[in-house]
Design a protein around this ligand. Sequence first.
Ligand SMILES: C=C(O[C@@H]1C=C(C(=O)O)C=C[C@H]1O)C(=O)O
Length: 290
Amino acid sequence: MASSPTTPSSMFPRFLSFAYGVLIFSSFCHCRRLQDSLKGLTLDSVRDFLTREEDTIVFSLIERAKYPYNSPTYDPSYLHGKFSLVEIFVRETQAVQAKAGRYQNPEEIPFFPNNLPLSTLAPPYKFPQVLYPAAASVNVTKTIWTMYFNDLLSLFTTRGNDGNYALTAASDLVCLQALSRRIHYGRFVAEAKYRDAPQDYNPAIRAQDKDALMKLLTSESQEELVKRRVKKKAMVFGQDITLDENDTGDSNSNRTNYKVDPSIAYHLYGDWVIPLTKLVEVEYLLHRLD
Ligand SMILES: C=C(O[C@@H]1C=C(C(=O)O)C=C[C@H]1O)C(=O)O
């Protein structure tokens, strides 16, 4: 028996139910995305954050590289006291920032938490609390401080002294804060990874097995991508721009002089930023079942 012909009018209800289905499905996806973005915590969203932080870090290094090393900034004897100019600058600036509410945001961690004013001028803001409270206090600011002054600074500044010590200290603080925010974001990365696969992480957490945790959270391909992208950002953001007489500014020439050597940016990430982020991830996960 021949089947009845499919007329446009008989297709219409089918089309409607199909469209309705698509609508329900897409609003379900939208709700999921909305929930995720409200929780702010998917591996994609934390990686987006880290990508944006790369810009801040590369720009902060470029700004610091405007000044030579300026050693009196770091030498306590320059002020005839116990502290260097940079340490006093950081302590006092962070105290002002604490008053303005900077450390209400769980992404922000001060370098010198003692001596910060207890009250803030800013009324409290309800930042999403997505971290596991017992694990949230992981803190590697001391390691970042030592790494920055002992290993990093001399790699991307020229030798010399131009007297701009206050500007130098101000640029150092911006670098330190950007590095610290990125590295301590490892807590959020770890939380996202844990929520994706608690069954994979729980045995290693119970055994307090740091090596197993390190293995679970490591993605070598992602690390390579990050390092190459940072190198490229240092090339693009830090190139000297010169205009010839007839240059409209549209062409991409003059890519040879960089304000910060792109391979230093690559190694900064490979040798310090990524390993410290992973250290933070491991330390966070060790307390994820406390
Ligand atoms: C941050 C992550 O975890 C690890 C650390 C990475 C980093 O610091 O860039 C990259 C890949 C992972 O080995 C991630 O997976 O994105």
